[in-house]
Design a protein around this ligand. Structure first.
Ligand code: CA
Length: 220
């Protein structure tokens, strides 16, 4: 899952990226509204953390522009303390949730997980596919209750497939959602990760759909 962090205060932006990374996601950062607007319009983010008070273009305007352009990714806004009107304006502009500064990172991550889960139509923090379980709170996967040892890349590939189980996911989709923007991407490595995951998972859980991509399906 790939997250856009929009925050102009560098220390807080770095803390947000660190938090997002520990949750098993990757993050890109925008430090002003104009960059944020461009990135959110052109990159396929799974969720956005959007500060409302931003230089160049405020967060509410950025959000309104995204929604007007048909961008539907879940957006969590960060509002200033004692500023109820920012919350109202943000929700009216299309925010899915809000958090008031200062906040606890654990709460932000819980809200972020919930947004990503709901966007994928999942009600529980545990995603299940046959014998495979993914606990999005601990970022761990298990098969029949036995914990799997996964690298961070393997986890991200598996988490994306689990959030989209039953759907065909192309190599390009996976590449877009498991790497941050500044990462040197190579779509061939996705095949390598899939190969490694298959060795750790029950046979046939990850199906190759010829010419299209991969599909995670429950064994019949
Ligand atoms: Ca700010």
């Amino acid at each position: 899952m790939r997250i856009l962090v929009v925050e102009d205060e560098p220390t807080l932006a770095a803390q947000l990226v660190e938090g997002v990374n520990t949750a098993g996601y990757v993050a890109d950062v925008a430090g002003n509204g104009v960059d944020a607007h461009f990135m959110g319009n052109t990159e396929p983010y799974d969720a956005v953390i959007l500060d409302v008070g931003l230089p160049q273009m405020d967060g509410i305007t950025v959000l309104k522009k995204w929604r007007a352009a048909g961008r539907t990714m879940p957006v969590l806004i960060l509002t200033a303390r004692d500023s109820w009107h920012e919350k109202v304006a943000g929700i009216d502009a299309g925010a899915d949730d809000y958090l008031t500064k200062p906040f606890h990172m654990e709460e932000l991550l819980a809200r972020l997980r919930a947004l990503i889960r709901r966007a994928g139509g999942h009600a529980s923090t545990e995603l299940v596919c046959g014998p495979l379980t993914l606990d999005t709170r601990s970022s761990r996967a298990s098969v029949d209750g036995r914990a799997l040892t996964l690298t961070s890349h393997e986890y991200r590939v598996l988490a994306y497939l689990m959030h989209h189980q039953g759907e065909i996911v192309s190599r390009g989709d996976l590449t877009e959602h498991i790497y941050a923007q500044d990462f040197d991407r190579d779509s061939n490595t996705v095949e390598v990760f899939i190969g490694r995951l298959r060795k750790k998972l029950p046979a046939d859980l990850i199906e190759t759909v010829r010419g299209l991509g991969y599909r995670l399906t429950r064994p019949q």
